[in-house]
Design a protein around this ligand. Sequence first.
Ligand code: NVA
Length: 314
Amino acid sequence: MSVRSFISIADLQSAELAALLERAAAMKRDRRSAGTPLRGRSLAQIFEKPSLRTRLSFDMAMVELGGHSSYLSPQEVGLGRRESVADVARVVSRLVDVVVLRTHAHETIEEFARSSSIPVINGLSDLSHPCQGLADIFTIRERKGDLRKVTAAYVGDGNNVAHSLMLCAAKTGLTLRIASPAGFEPLARYRELAQQAARESGARIEIGNDPAAAVRDADVVYTDVWTSMGQEQEYERRRRAFQGFQLNAALLAKAKPDAVVMHDLPAHRGEEITDEVLDGPRSVVFDQAENKMHVLKALLCWLLAAPAAGGQVA
Ligand code: NVA
């Protein structure tokens, strides 16, 4: 039996992504009456890095849909150190129905998936954060409607979050302008994947180095930390390189007056974003955080082929 995993947004057809977003909207609307489609199903979360939103969203998605979730910390598992990645995958596949991995190296998730007989979900790697991408594109659609008419600006590091957002944009027809300091742009292989998908959807993905140009008249302004988990030793170099890329009131003033502000959190307040903007009236960061649970419910039901509100994902 072949199983579908969710390791990158690139794993989804555009129609599947659209159907997942529909289903997530139904999940949010019917939160208290969705029943227990995941009754008797179980999830394991194996994390090498800290997590608040992703971990708790998966826990609550399982709880609210009637399933069960177990968390395994790095000390307990020691992926590839205490035990080979393949052996962990084979054991976990015998015990639960679906697994979420958060790893330092993206290849660890790919290696795990090769030996897994259950769906594997990428809960963040150094290269991508597709669960965040789902929450982000869902939030943009919820706030701004038809994605083909929306322009979003992402200002900051061309990192895991930017890669997944870029692929979501490319598959949904969103216009996305990314401004990163030279040398910190999204990686070429993600840019190529995005441009390929954009040709089919009509999306426009523009990558440059000028925050003001990216934000001008945008409907959405997004930023993420300059130093991601695992890059702590680069902190000073990055802090210097990203001067001029802070999302503050002056930069936000260049966007449309009704533009919303997004951040995947945790924020490094006073670095990539000011308190004034993060806590301001245009910030939707806590909707974005909540929405992760709704999209993950839709994702879990899809991967586990469970009946759920919002119909089947094709
Ligand atoms: N780019 C950040 C995202 C955290 C959710 C990191 O990898 O640390």
